[in-house]
Design a protein around this ligand. Structure first.
Ligand code: 13P
Length: 253
């Protein structure tokens, strides 16, 4: 069976609690008629409760954008997997902004991935090469390395999602082409997962992220090896995100 088509909204450091609630309600109400894809909203931590309440009883799921790897303790300013577990089902880990700006290296991402599994959270593990790595012909190697290290010591990948977000395509308006994405996703990522985890790898949804919008999403979703999208900017507008969900459902239906 094909992995479940999935669209994830990463609101990043945008929306107040009030704005997040309104956006979630807009997406919830608009989604009524769309059947098919799993829809996951990832607001800032402080809006998790409000967004969870807003989508309660709907098909929409909620995720966090990050977390720390320890269950509790003297880690000022951090949020633990145990705390998140009461609020949401998913957590984005290893996003390139975390890697670039906040020092989340592969080893820390690995600790976080393992902690997520231990606490029953579904990790959305983000990987992707920089422009420098792509230009040097090392895109595949960089992504394979991130996957290998990020998943080191993980035995059971049930619940895992992997997002391919080439750094040069994030927030730049310069999306990868479906062919470039498919080369890495169907080749490097699926190949690495198959080699590491065998049959279980076939159930992992692979999401493309980086300047996804209603105009380009169908091209990505038409690729057999792409099961959905991780959406930043366009997920801040309910109508755009809903259109992305609809087009993904249609392509994958
Ligand atoms: P944009 O869709 O704004 O390029 O962001 C992509 C992203 O980083 C989603 O996690």
């Amino acid at each position: 069976m094909m992995p479940v088509p999935t669209v994830v909204a990463n609101w990043k450091m945008n929306t107040t609690i009030h704005e997040a609630t309104r956006l979630a309600v807009g997406i919830r109400d608009g989604l009524g008629s769309v059947s098919g894809p799993e829809v996951i909203l990832c607001p800032p931590f402080i809006s998790l409760q409000a967004v969870r309440d807003a989508v309660l009883g709907s098909q929409i799921k909620v995720g966090a954008q990050n977390m720390y790897s320890e269950a509790s303790g003297a880690f000022t300013g951090e949020v633990s997997p145990a705390m998140l577990r009461e609020l949401c089902d998913y957590v984005i880990l290893g996003h390139s902004e975390r890697r670039q700006l906040f020092g989340d290296n592969d080893d820390l991402v690995n600790l976080k991935v393992k902690a997520a599994f231990e606490h029953g959270l579904r990790p959305i593990l983000c990987v992707g090469e920089s422009l420098e790595q792509r230009d040097a012909g090392r895109a595949g190697a960089a992504v394979a390395q991130q996957l290998r290290t990020g998943l080191a010591g993980v035995v059971d990948i049930t619940g895992l999602l992997v997002a391919y977000e080439p750094v040069w395509a994030i927030g730049t308006g310069r999306a990868a082409t479906p062919e470039i994405a498919a080369e890495i996703m169907g080749g490097t990522i699926q190949g690495s997962l198959n080699a590491l985890f065998g049959d279980a790898a076939a159930q992992v949804p692979l999401l493309y992220g980086g300047s996804v919008n209603p105009d380009n999403v169908a091209g990505f979703a038409a690729q057999e090896c792409i099961h959905g999208a991780l959406v930043g900017g366009a997920s801040l507008q309910a109508d755009q995100f809903l259109e992305i969900a609809r087009l993904t459902a249609r392509a994958k239906g």
